[in-house]
Design a binder for this molecule. Structure first.
Ligand code: FAD
Ligand code: NAD
Length: 482
């Protein structure tokens, strides 16, 4: 058995792991980066980048279809599925190539290939003949798509998003199960690229939205374009010739089943943190109900131990910018362990690249309700917003939340045009702890979609002048059965 001694061991060379590696190395420590799979990161290989490449092709097709609405007639739309997928894969490979170049430039003695598992809080086993003894460890093992075993039994055409980016051509039909962020982004993109798509949503939820009014607006706008079936359950998936037979049941249809054939069923029902095979029972850590070590979100330290966690493995906010921030904090604190410092956690910002786009900023509607805070709401519909109408993108709703008394901006949920940019403006205002009046003092050009934001802020400012509603009744714990 060979033993490598180091200051910090990082498990996983994704965005979070690479960020942790750099932070610990910048602190002058000997860091070992352990990776089990191919290098390149989830983001570049099967995540952010290839999905946005597919969406970019879909937007091009959509623009051609929409052109006649402006009096522009580009002729018959011809989508070359092979060329679409070729560009997705070759540009994806380019992004992966940059990561590979960075990894190749690291000193060879810093890199270990293999699957790590804890044998003690400060000791990792990699394969049969190697162990790493470290003063501190960062868990940055990412997450994986999950396909329920009953569905997977129908064969290899029941796929996760990973498989989409290996296609060499576009299929004729895909059923997408789950209207979360991945289902919506990939489902709409495939639909726009001429694939027959049905999106099955178990409930009413749309991407990360929690505000019922914004959610309803998103459901309407997206449902006008594509076949989204809300409150629909999957009853069964079976092989049927070269494809699949999908049986679904709508909530209001009793036991009646709808039976349809598809080339693929794409399962986008969520991702699971990669922590189950880590031997956490030897780590001495307290785990939450998902089996993820409990940690402090400001230091990324697990309890008082020498173990830190970062990225999707933490199951906190599975987004790339969060993985990078968490990795940086975890790496720096692992390097200085037992001394740890609170790192910068930014205002929450999440964007879904559907059209209309979806953005959530700061405290969401449900979080504010749960917190029993006194908050006022301002809103704007984009249906008649000037610039949005000019672009024929006049759909959606923005709701902004503000605090009575302080007038502080608390958060927002939005579906509408340019939400990725409005989301950033709002996130910056939130992190700067601005009030609604301070935000209204900022410049707004004309004619821009941001004028819609100003309307929502003015509406919120007026609401904040009114007396706050009476406090919500506190549930009476003395009620029998409580
Ligand atoms: C389709 C899709 C689209 C997305 N789009 C966006 C987007 O537009 N914007 C955004 O912000 N986020 C997006 N995300 C989310 C984003 O990709 C992730 O949040 C981010 O990549 C997570 O990084 P990570 O470092 O935690 O994990 P990863 O990059 O997955 O790295 C984890 C690494 O750990 C390795 N590993 C696991 N277990 C072990 C072990 N025991 N031993 C050794 N190595 C191990 C794995 O092989 C892997 O390389 C998307 C995700 C998907 C799937
Ligand atoms: N643009 C982005 O930033 C981006 C893009 C893609 C992914 N991501 C990240 O990846 C994470 C994972 O994405 P995801 O879409 O897999 O998960 P998700 O949690 O966003 O959505 C899963 C959806 O599947 C539904 N669902 C669960 N079980 C179901 C069932 N049996 N039948 C029908 N529906 C079911 C859930 O209700 C939910 O709406 C996201 O939370 C996000 O953080 C981000």
């Amino acid at each position: 058995m060979e033993t490598i001694q180091c200051d910090v061991a990082v498990i996983g060379a994704g965005t979070a792991g690479l960020s942790a590696y750099r932070a610990a190395r910048n602190a002058g420590k000997h860091v070992v980066l352990i990776e089990d799979g191919p290098h390149g990161t989830t983001c570049a290989r099967v995540g952010c980048m290839p999905s946005k490449l597919l969406i970019a092709a879909a937007e091009a097709a959509h623009a051609v279809r929409e052109a006649p609405g402006f009096g522009v007639h580009p002729g018959e739309l011809n989508i070359d599925g092979k060329a679409v997928m070729q560009r997705v894969r070759s540009e994806r490979d380019r992004f992966v190539g940059f990561v590979l170049e960075n990894v190749a430039a690291m000193p060879a003695e810093d890199k270990v290939h293999g699957r790590a598992r804890f044998t003690a809080p400060d000791r990792l086993q990699i394969g049969a003949n190697l162990e790493v003894a470290a003063k501190a460890v960062v868990i940055a093992t990412g997450s994986s798509p999950e396909i329920p075993s009953g569905w997977a039994a129908a064969g290899p055409r029941v796929i996760s998003s990973d498989a989409v980016f290996e296609w060499t051509d576009l299929p004729r039909s895909v059923a997408v199960i789950g209207a979360g962020v991945i289902g919506l982004e990939l489902g709409q993109a495939l639909h726009r690229l001429g694939v027959r798509v049905v999106l099955i949503a178990r409930g009413d939820s749309v991407a990360q939205l929690k505000d019922p009014q914004v959610r309803a607006s998103a459901a309407q706008a997206l449902g006008e374009e594509m076949d989204i079936r809300f409150r629909t359950e999957v009853a069964a998936i079976q092989r049927a010739g070269d494809g699949l037979e999908l049986r679904t049941r709508g909530a209001n249809c009793g036991t009646e089943e709808r039976v349809e054939q598809f080339d693929y069923v794409l399962v986008t029902t969520g991702r699971t943190p990669n922590v189950s095979g880590l031997g956490l029972d030897h780590s001495g850590l307290a785990l939450d109900e998902k089996g993820v070590p409990k940690f402090d979100r400001h230091t990324m330290q697990c309890g008082e131990s020498c173990i830190f966690i970062a990225g999707d493995a933490s199951a906190e906010i599975p987004l790339l910018p969060e993985a990078a921030d968490q990795g940086r904090i975890a790496g720096a604190n692992a390097a200085s362990y037992p001394g740890v410092k609170r790192g910068l956690r930014r205002t929450p910002l999440a964007i879904t690249f559907s059209e209309p786009q979806i953005a959530t900023v700061g405290q969401g509607y449900q979080e504010l309700l749960n917190g029993r805070e006194h908050f006022a709401i301002g809103a704007v519909s984009f249906d008649d917003q000037g610039r949005s109408r000019v672009m024929r993108q006049n759909k959606g709703l923005l709701r902004v939340y503000g605090e009575y008394g302080s007038g502080r901006f608390l958060g927002a949920e939005m579906v509408g045009p340019r939400a990725e940019h409005i989301g950033h403006l709002l996130a910056w205002a939130h992190q700067a702890r601005m009030t609604i009046d301070q935000m209204l003092d900022m410049p707004f050009y004309h004619p821009v979609v941001e004028e819609g934001l100003r309307t929502a802020l003015r509406d919120l400012s007026k609401e904040l002048q009114k007396p706050p509603p009476p406090p919500k009744p506190v549930p009476n714990d003395c009620t029998p059965g409580c």
